[in-house]
Design a protein around this ligand. Sequence first.
Ligand code: AMP
Length: 222
Amino acid sequence: MRKYVIMGVQGSGKGTQSQFLAADLDIVHISVGDIFRWNVQNHTKIGAQVRRVMAAGELVGDDLVESVVRTRLTDHDWNFGFIIDGFPRNRRQAEFFLESYDIDGVIELDLPDGDVRRRVLNRRLCVDCGMDYNLIGNSPKVAGQCDSCGGQLVTREDDTEEALAVRLRDYHTETAPALDLFRRKEYVFTVDARPAPDAVQEQIRKCLGLPPFEQKKGPGCA
Ligand code: AMP
């Protein structure tokens, strides 16, 4: 059983890195942002509650987030473990999580704010399967169309200059203290998120003591 948390600013590759790990280790990838986006797309009550907040790049209230996470983890289709992405985002959420679950490791993807802007403003998302593209380094074969399922690629509603500024501010003021809480318990592995996705994955696996992803040399972890 493996239980991991992956943290990092928007565009640092949390989703991509989680998917690599989840597919290989047979663990469940839980993305709180994806759960909210699904609710918005499907016009649920939760969707109606979070839509405006999300579009502005603000954080959803802790009570709702904790109840969504608790429900998802209680569903318990994670016999081999899980990797949770986008949670916790502040100290209170981190405390809730530490009280409720044992954690095997927290991966912090480190990306300078300048790179975040470049990545996020060039990010596109498949409306059907949710696959992420980046028009700089990972563009689709056919413009505007998902390589994997042929779905339409769109810009996330919160990938704007204004929303990004809010999300970066919140990351530095709210999420960094949550990381400090985990750091005190010596759970945190910091990985440079600037290299290509497979090199970042290789580094994560080295830090977590997992078998290699690919035979490439990556940068060090703190
Ligand atoms: P993400 O896909 O992780 O960037 O999340 C998209 C949006 O969902 C965020 O900008 C928030 O509005 C909301 N959200 C996701 N996770 C959380 C969380 N742990 N706490 C509060 N809001 C969240």
